[in-house]
Design a protein around this ligand. Structure first.
Ligand SMILES: Nc1ncnc2c1ncn2[C@@H]1O[C@H](COP(=O)(O)OP(=O)(O)O)[C@@H](O)[C@H]1O
Ligand code: SF4
Ligand SMILES: [Mg+2]
Length: 380
């Protein structure tokens, strides 16, 4: 199967007065056509900003994609104009967010919002768009679709609104669907229904899907490959089968230890339920990541070297990748980090001013947008 999207060394930072938040800090991965990939990790580890970067929807300012490549179907999304990117968003890549109310317009009917997408991106006539909208609502399991199309978002329950969002996302038959915690805001029964629906649609349409969640149980049911993120970087990338059978990274081992298991192993010697394991400690501050491994302060296996240098992510077996000195002594070498730290010390505002100055100069000279390059190269 061919690669649909290839992400190379992506960095997305937020520049606030006096410091930079390194939300996504040099990640590389790819998704094949038709593949379902899960991205998992604690809240704040950079999952959403990874997907926002792919969609080029990072709030700017203060956010900036400062480095990297996002190749989709052969073209680098970071080099497209805003107009070209809008077409990609409508036709090739769709996204479903955690809270559908933030994406639906409260003053327009559901029918209008679905038909608008169909007319714009699939060039359907108004009457064909209405028919197709009703068909899409039926496809996502909404009964009485013609009546529902006349309703406003507030008249629908959370579960129905999320089904509408799925219908809108599917309207353009995207090659890649990104679902960012699509069921987190819903109650457990509705969550299961929405997940079943997404799985069915994914299988029927053979659409590549990136499923972002903090819940490994969802990953196990929905995806075939999993990327584990921690503090802005990927720490493990593996098939779901291998990961659940034998998690390699100590963080993944901790995450798996925190899943409730309803069997004998979950009971202690007196037959009572064991307490759920939680990983002690919290994510490091993204303004000041430690020099060594970002997980060291919480890692039960930390060694001296883990405090001195950051491990590189390396392939270990069966295409599995892991970032940990237990599996490889390779150290991460990245000059960008150094210059960004200098930048942060000088203050985010100075950085933004420099980017703006360069963008203006480039626009004037008619050169291509090279503002994504590190503006303080050589500022040592
Ligand atoms: N608009 C913003 N301004 C400043 N920092 C932000 C902004 N959005 C996200 N961040 C920071 O980026 C990091 C990653 O956030 P996010 O990608 O939303 O995490 P996740 O989705 O894994 O919970 C966090 O430290 C978060 O505080
Ligand atoms: S590199 Fe060291 S601290 Fe980091 S996860 Fe591996 S053993 Fe733990
Ligand atoms: Mg998020």
């Amino acid at each position: 199967m061919g690669k649909l999207i290839e992400i190379e060394n992506l960095r997305t930072y937020f520049f606030l007065p006096g410091y930079a938040v390194r939300a996504v800090d040099g990640i590389s991965f790819s998704v094949d056509e038709g593949e379902t990939v899960g991205i998992v990790g604690e809240s704040g580890c950079g999952k959403s900003q990874t997907s926002m970067s792919i969609m080029r929807l990072v709030p700017d300012p203060p956010g900036k994609i400062i480095q990297g490549q996002i190749k989709f179907d052969g073209k680098d999304l970071l080099k497209l104009s805003e107009d070209e990117m809008r077409k990609v968003r409508g036709n090739d890549v769709s996204m479903i967010f955690q809270e559908p109310m933030t994406s639906l317009n409260p003053v327009l009917t559901i029918g209008f919002q679905i038909a608008e997408v169909l007319m714009l991106h699939r060039k359907l006539s108004p009457s064909d768009a209405d028919k197709e909208a009703a068909r899409l609502l039926k496809m996502v399991g909404i009964s009485d679709p013609e009546e529902r199309l006349k309703e406003y978002p507030f008249q629908l329950s959370g579960g129905l609104r999320q089904r509408v969002m799925i219908a809108i996302a599917m309207a353009c038959q995207p090659k890649l669907l990104i679902a960012d915690e699509p069921t987190t805001a819903l109650d457990v029964t509705i969550q299961a229904q929405i997940l079943r629906l997404m799985k069915k649609l994914q299988e029927e349409k053979n659409m590549a899907t990136m499923f972002i969640t903090h819940d490994l149980a969802v990953i196990a049911n929905f995806t075939t490959r999993v990327i584990v993120m921690y503090a802005g970087v990927i720490v493990e990338d593996s098939s779901v089968h291998d990961l659940f059978k034998k998690p390699l990274h100590p963080y993944t081992q901790g995450l798996l230890g925190s899943i409730p298991v309803m069997n004998e192993a979950s009971k202690n010697d007196e037959g009572k339920r064991k307490r759920l394991y939680t990983i002690p400690g919290t994510l490091p501050d993204p303004k000041r990541f430690p020099v060594g491994c970002r997980f060291a302060s919480r890692c039960p296996k930390a060694m001296k070297q883990c405090w001195e240098a950051e491990p590189e992510i390396v392939e270990v077996e069966n295409g599995r990748k892991v970032r940990c000195f237990l599996y490889s002594p390779t150290i991460r070498q990245d000059p960008t980090i150094k210059s960004i730290e200098i930048l942060a010390k000088h203050g985010g505002k100075a950085w933004l001013k420099e980017v703006e100055r360069r963008e203006k100069a480039k626009a004037k000279s008619g050169a291509k947008n090279k503002a994504l390059e590190n503006p303080v190269q050589g500022d040592k």
